[in-house]
Design a protein around this ligand. Structure first.
Ligand code: SF4
Length: 411
């Protein structure tokens, strides 16, 4: 089986992820790496610029840049400009225009915005409005915003211990539109203890009032080593039961598709194909991406991947010594790559190409089982060959289905 053929994008194209590892306050459910020691921001940015330089490859065409975290909106517009300039200097941007004029449909630059930690200048001295901050980052080149709304309900936001209110989120959305952003997504969370359908529907309706181009709807999960996980283990929190969470998931899919959104990945919905996350699709299609900053992951689109050290202090130290801040490197075997392909492919509306599983003993009975349970369907595709794609009901059993495939691959 030549699994290598599955990557049809040029090896000279890549996405860049930049991890900004700072948050004003840690949310109790979050397991992304970030710290609240903002005094390290300045040395971190110098180190980040250096890491970008150390990994320079001016032949590599970058067509997506994603600022995630942590809280990218803690960056000043000057800091953001320095980072983007370093990327432009050390890689080839997929744009024929100059850096100052690089808002181009060929280059998607996404910036995560926290409605409560936006505009650090304002936090400092109250001199800059949300609108001006967003206008500035748009001018620098950001052409897509991912706003961490989470909910429009203040009780939900309080439970999640977010630093922002529903009002902050709404003002941020309106400022973003005023600043000229026409590609805006919201992150929303559902499945809180006792959350009923009507409460979640209110959230969805509030979101739709602002006509977002993209919605990421995540089920609240209790990640090990988070304060929320500990509270659950100690009995202070009773998670919503599985059946209620499943019905909220089904409701989300039905409601948003009825409102013209495309459910293109388990948790992601877009108002049109152009508004899907070009960057996140690189992860699901297993194409090349480079991650910069502490804890960021990189993948060469073939068999090698590595991830950076999960410590701002060590990251700064290593980069300042001229060393790549790599924590670990992994070479994937063909089987491991096929398993990864299954895991990420089945998450998406396109599913997986069945030709990569050809010859696996028991494949037909797994496919029949999936079809019988209405968890997925086989689709004939004249160009790529037959595919298996899961239905939203199948997505609810993604772990089980993936396990079936893993068993076939490892047999
Ligand atoms: S603001 Fe975002 S990254 Fe920071 S702790 Fe909260 S959820 Fe995590």
């Amino acid at each position: 089986m030549n699994y290598q053929k599955q990557s049809h994008l040029s090896a000279k194209h890549a996405g860049i992820y930049i991890h900004i590892p700072f948050c004003i306050k840690k949310c109790p459910y979050c397991d992304f790496y970030s710290i609240s020691e903002l005094s390290l921001k300045e040395p971190f940015i110098l180190a980040l610029l250096k890491e970008i330089e150390l990994r320079s490859d001016t032949d590599l065409v970058v067509d997506t840049i994603y600022f995630g975290g942590g809280t990218p909106s803690l960056l000043t517009s000057e800091e953001l400009e320095k980072i983007l300039s370093a990327v432009a200097k050390n890689f080839k941007l997929a744009s024929s225009k100059s850096l100052a004029d690089k808002v181009s449909e060929n280059l998607q630059i996404t910036f995560e915005v926290n409605p409560g930690s936006l505009n650090p200048n304002k936090i400092k001295d109250g001199s800059l409005s949300r609108y001006n901050y967003l206008k500035e980052i748009k001018k620098i080149g950001v052409n897509r915003l991912s706003i961490g709304v989470q909910s429009f309900d203040n009780n939900k936001l309080n439970f999640l211990k977010r630093v922002h209110s529903s009002d902050d989120a709404q003002k941020t959305i309106l400022s973003a539109r005023d600043a000229g952003f026409d590609d805006i997504g919201f992150d929303l969370i559902y499945g809180l203890p006792d959350e009923r359908q009507n409460l979640w529907l209110n959230d969805l309706n509030s979101a739709l009032e602002y006509s977002p181009e993209h919605l990421s709807c995540y089920m609240l999960s209790y990640e090990p080593e988070t304060p929320m996980f500990r509270a659950y283990k100690r009995g202070y929190i009773t998670p919503l039961d599985d059946e209620s969470v499943a019905s909220l998931f089904r409701l989300t899919s039905k409601y948003l598709t009825a409102n013209s959104f495309c459910h293109y990945e388990v948790s992601n919905f877009a108002s049109s194909y152009e508004h899907q996350s070009k960057h996140n699709k690189k992860y699901w299609q297993m194409v090349k991406y480079l991650g910069f900053g502490p804890s960021a992951h990189s993948y060469n689109g073939q068999s090698e991947r590595f991830w950076n050290i999960k410590s701002v202090e060590k990251y700064i130290l290593m980069v300042n010594q001229g060393r790549l801040p790599i924590a670990e490197k992994e070479i994937l075997t063909d089987n491991q790559r096929l398993i990864e392909y299954t895991m990420v492919g089945l998450r998406t509306e396109k599913g997986v190409e069945l030709k990569y599983f050809k010859g696996l003993k028991g494949l037909n009975s797994v496919i029949d089982e999936i079809k019988q349970r209405a968890w997925g369907e086989e689709e004939e595709c004249p160009t790529d060959g037959d595919r298996l794609r899961l239905t939203p009901d199948g997505w609810l059993f993604l772990d089980t289905i993936t396990r079936w495939f893993v068993d076939l691959i490892e047999k």
